[in-house]
Ligand binder design. Structure first.
Ligand code: GRF
Length: 203
């Protein structure tokens, strides 16, 4: 049976991309990554894609006169590659409502905090500064807001005395690498249904 195709948008390190690649290679995730798209040509994530023989593309915002044209290019790559789902794995740009609506309920993001707490940038720093005792990560469908879409999975970690943004980020990242492939597996197996802003996981 043909595996469903996904596209992954990245901007940097690509450790979440790597976690997905590793799960696919182990046979744990019945999906094919048909395209990795980066807005930065020097993103290490693109090297990870190349090493795994996955098609990688750079779409540099500065080469497009408008956000609309920039996103149209991303959309064209995803569509031509036959992607049914878009995964944001450290993609550091906010997508427009037009793009999000084109891919309604077909974009999944990983965020390094327990949403709805600490959306946006520097989530781990926000958690340390606030003084919460538990944080974690959230995998969610993307809607028009920032980190506000229906939640698929969350994983928790303790926030320890003496944690810095970096030590907490490292602890959360370990859980991200489990949560994102797990959520994608549920999607691949058609086990996710969205009711309002709630995601139900079918048995
Ligand atoms: C992760 O912490 C993710 O939650 C956030 O950006 C970071 C990306 O890390 N959205 P990586 O590029 O996957 O290593």
């Amino acid at each position: 049976m043909n595996k469903r195709k996904i596209g992954i948008l990245v901007s940097g390190r690509g450790s979440n991309l790597q976690a997905i690649i590793d799960c696919i290679l182990k046979g744990d995730l019945p999906l094919e990554i048909a395209a990795v798209i980066s807005d930065k040509s020097d993103a290490p994530a693109l090297e990870r894609a190349a090493k795994a023989k996955i098609a990688g593309f750079t779409v540099n915002r500065r080469e497009y006169s408008s956000k609309e044209e920039f996103e149209a290019k991303i959309n064209a790559i995803l569509t031509e590659a036959g992607c049914e789902l878009v995964v944001l794995a450290g993609f550091m740009r906010i997508l427009s409502a037009t793009f999000v609506n084109r891919w309604q309920h077909k974009i999944i993001n990983i965020h390094p905090a327990l949403l709805p707490s600490f959306p946006g940038l520097d989530a781990q720093k926000q958690a340390v500064t606030y003084g919460v005792k538990i944080s974690g990560c959230t995998v969610h469908f993307v809607d028009e807001g920032t980190d506000s879409g229906p939640i698929i999975l969350q994983k928790t970690v303790p926030v320890l005395d003496g944690d810095t943004e970096d030590t907490l980020a490292a602890r959360i990242l370990e859980q991200e690498h489990k949560a994102l492939p797990a959520a994608l597996k549920l999607w691949a197996e058609n086990k996710l249904t969205i009711e309002g802003r709630c995601v139900k996981i079918l048995a």
